[in-house]
Design a protein. Structure first.
Length: 212
């Protein structure tokens, strides 16, 4: 059975634009709609603020440090669909840390800092993001422009053209903004390994939430 599941997962590798459904357990790159850069992290800490692992956006689609695993809280079943309003957690595949935010100011714009925090052993409520979109899709699909609203602070995952210097020269700032209407809050799922929708999970998508 494990072998069959592995084959199913490997066969789910799709290219950007094929309209796949983003499911629990999928490993994806999240592309910033306005600039085309991908959400990215690496073992480089902020020099001020939280001094946690930095999160940026990266210009190329072929860097493995732009891969994130889609999870939820409470934990979801691999292959279950992600519905509007559900709280998701994005785990950085290379470093195992969670996409996180808090009230520190971001380095370049002074907006809200976004970092990578925790690991396989845990995290906290600062890792939770409510997913939202304007289209009529009932589930998160690859071509859907989505917003990620931070549960603890109400700010939206954001990027723009402000770029860092060394040691991460050319990478753009990723941060969080309170303005829901700003188009720089929009993201789309791009390259990745998309786990196929599981029939039982798809028929009973669970959007209920519990507090951490």
């Amino acid at each position: 059975m494990g072998t069959l599941l592995l084959v199913a997962v490997l066969s789910a590798l799709v290219c950007w634009g094929e309209g796949a459904v983003v499911t629990c357990g999928s490993t994806i790159k999240l592309q910033h709609v306005s600039t085309g850069f991908r959400l990215h992290s690496h073992e480089v800490a902020y020099s001020r603020g939280s001094q946690q692992q930095s999160v940026t956006t990266f210009p190329s689609g072929d860097d493995g440090n732009s891969l994130w695993s889609v999870q939820t809280y409470p934990p979801c079943t691999p292959g279950s669909v992600i519905v509007k309003g559900q709280h998701v957690r994005l785990q950085h595949s290379a470093t195992r840390k969670w996409l996180h935010s808090h009230l520190h100011k971001s380095p370049l714009s002074g907006k809200q800092e976004v970092s990578a925090f925790g690991g396989d052993g845990g995290g906290d409520g600062g890792d939770l993001w409510a997913i939202d979109w304007d289209s009529k899709h009932k589930q998160w699909e690859q071509d859907t422009k989505v917003r990620l609203k931070h549960r603890d602070t109400g700010a939206y995952l954001y990027s723009h053209t402000a770029k860092y210097g060394s040691p991460i020269a050319g990478q753009q700032e990723a941060c969080a903004s309170k303005d829901r209407r700003d188009r720089n809050n929009e993201w789309q799922a791009a390259e990745g390994v998309y786990i196929p929708v599981m029939t039982e999970a798809a028929s009973k998508p669970d959007g209920s939430q519990e507090e951490l």
